[in-house]
Design a binder for this molecule. Structure first.
Ligand SMILES: *Cc1c(COP(=O)(O)O)cnc(C)c1O
Length: 479
């Protein structure tokens, strides 16, 4: 043979004729030598090959489809570090323009040319920044009045996303939770106010509760809070966690007051990578006015005549998402965003109606207010069923769908529900395919002779807990 080393990998080596394809991939130690890019590519690609197709992942809120031009723009900017503003000043300005656009979608009253806000990696960082700002404002006021600052707290419903638990732990701020119940499915303003005191840094209503898809009533909260603040002399503000709703409400419910039109809403955060329609790695936080963004969190820089405020937990970060967001604003415009969100809502509404008509299921709420909804097994059906929604989740996985089953948060933790998030890239035709697969899966599960392991485990669990719910964990109102 001319070249006995040909299997080691060179330009002539067939990828699947190479030695590498007979070796395990590295786990602990960097390989001794290099291999060809083609082989390395194939190995990495193939490790993720068997996973859910992102667009069939109905569990995520995060964008799984962008058009070719957006993808091209973002790929071309993949080597740009946002923090290098001296080198890439135009991206810093583009970022500030995005903040302006978002702030105006939320009806900011700020008159300054550049609105007070920040880019974030997602809502998690954006929520943190909103929360930290509220804490620092509270602390400054307390210190000026010679009052202690060692026991800050904030108030949120038990439907909080996990970032708020992280916020509480990392900054040592007590999280006071207003329970969600079957009767009270969103944050109860009066209950929230009962948990407030002089140490409350803010109340956090959610637009698009991750667990249920519902919206807390921010207008009612604002009104009750106004009376409370007047009575007590406090000035507790609101930070709205609008991870999903921030990009739904401005387009689909512009008349609904949940944003800066309300007196006590001083900051709002959202995920640019959820219904902002950009691939992952993007969040936004905006303050009602620069005066609510503590100086100690921000610094000002001047680029190309634009005075830009820098705020963030991270230093280096990708810039590509900014180009993606700005592209979407230009490409779609208000009407385009509205059309995409309307379609997602229409597909959600259709699925909600169809699933509500299937014998085993009942929807958690009659209304669909964001492009997601949850449902559960009818108590009567569940009593006889030999399966749970976890089994349905498994069955659907076999046809490539990821439709998650999970238990609701504290207080409702015996309720197993299933959720669908419909995003751009999920059509009516795909919805019909999914419905077919659900019908088929249920038909198979109904043929079971013996209960599934998850069903057996659930029954046991309920017996141990002496639950007030039916033995399948389905809602049974407390009398
Ligand atoms: C998704 C979500 C978050 C976290 O957002 P990321 O963009 O994933 O960091 C926070 N709050 C709510 C209500 C969410 O739905």
């Amino acid at each position: 043979m001319e070249d006995s080393n040909f299997r080691k990998g060179d330009a002539k080596t067939a990828i699947f004729g190479s030695e590498k394809m007979l070796q395990a991939s590295p786990v602990d130690k960097i390989p001794d030598g290099p291999t060809t890019p083609e082989i390395a590519y194939q190995m990495v690609k193939d490790e993720t090959f068997a996973q859910t197709q992102p667009r069939l992942n109905l569990a995520t809120f995060v964008t799984t489809y962008m058009d070719d031009y957006a993808t091209k723009l973002m790929n071309e900017a993949i080597n740009i570090n946002y923090i290098d503003e001296t080198e890439y000043p135009r991206i810093a300005v583009m970022n500030a323009k995005c903040i302006n656009i978002v702030a105006n979608l939320w009806n900011t009253p700020e008159q300054a040319k550049w609105k007070a806000g920040a880019l974030a990696i997602g809502s998690s960082e954006a929520c943190m920044l909103g929360g930290v700002a509220a804490w620092l404002r509270w602390r400054k006021k307390r210190q000026a009045a010679g009052k202690p600052v060692d026991k800050p707290n904030f108030v949120i419903s038990t439907g909080f996303q996990v970032v708020w638990e992280k916020f509480a732990q990392l900054w040592q701020i007590e999280m006071r939770q207003v329970p969600l119940t079957l009767e009270k499915t969103t944050l109860d303003p009066e209950e929230a106010l009962k948990m407030c005191d002089e140490n409350t840094i803010c109340i956090v209503p959610i637009q698009g509760v991750t667990w249920t898809g519902l919206n807390d009533d921010v207008e009612a909260l604002d009104k009750a809070l106004d009376a409370y603040n007047t009575k007590t002399g406090y000035d507790i503000p609101i930070h709205v966690d609008a991870a999903s709703g921030g990009f739904i409400l401005p387009f689909l419910k512009p008349e609904l007051k949940w944003d800066f039109r309300l007196k006590w809403v001083l900051s709002i955060s959202t995920s640019g990578h959820k219904f902002g329609l950009v691939y992952p790695g993007l969040g936004w936080v905006v303050w009602k006015d620069k005066s609510y963004l503590p100086d100690s969190m921000s610094f000002s820089v001047n680029y190309l005549g634009a005075n830009i405020t820098q705020v963030g937990l991270n230093f280096s970060r990708p810039a590509a998402q900014i180009l993606g967001q700005y592209y979407q604003f230009i490409r779609l415009g208000f009407e385009g965003y509205k059309a995409v969100q309307e379609n997602s809502m229409a597909v959600t509404q259709y699925l909600h109606d169809q699933i509500g008509k299937m014998a085993p299921f009942v929807n958690y709420s009659n209304e669909v207010v964001n492009p997601l909804f949850i449902w559960y097994l009818k108590p009567d059906y569940a009593k006889k069923a030999k399966w749970t929604l976890y089994d349905l989740q498994d069955k659907l996985k076999q046809s490539g769908w990821m439709v998650p089953a999970y238990t609701l948060p504290n207080n409702l933790e015996n309720h197993v529900v299933m959720r669908i998030v419909a995003r751009q890239g999920f059509s009516r035709d795909m919805a019909d395919q999914l419905l077919n697969d659900i019908t088929g899966a249920v038909a198979e599960l109904e043929k079971l002779e013996y209960p599934t392991p998850t069903r057996i485990a659930q029954d046991k669990n309920q017996e141990v807990k002496g639950s007030v719910f039916t033995h399948t964990g389905m809602p049974h109102k407390k009398k």
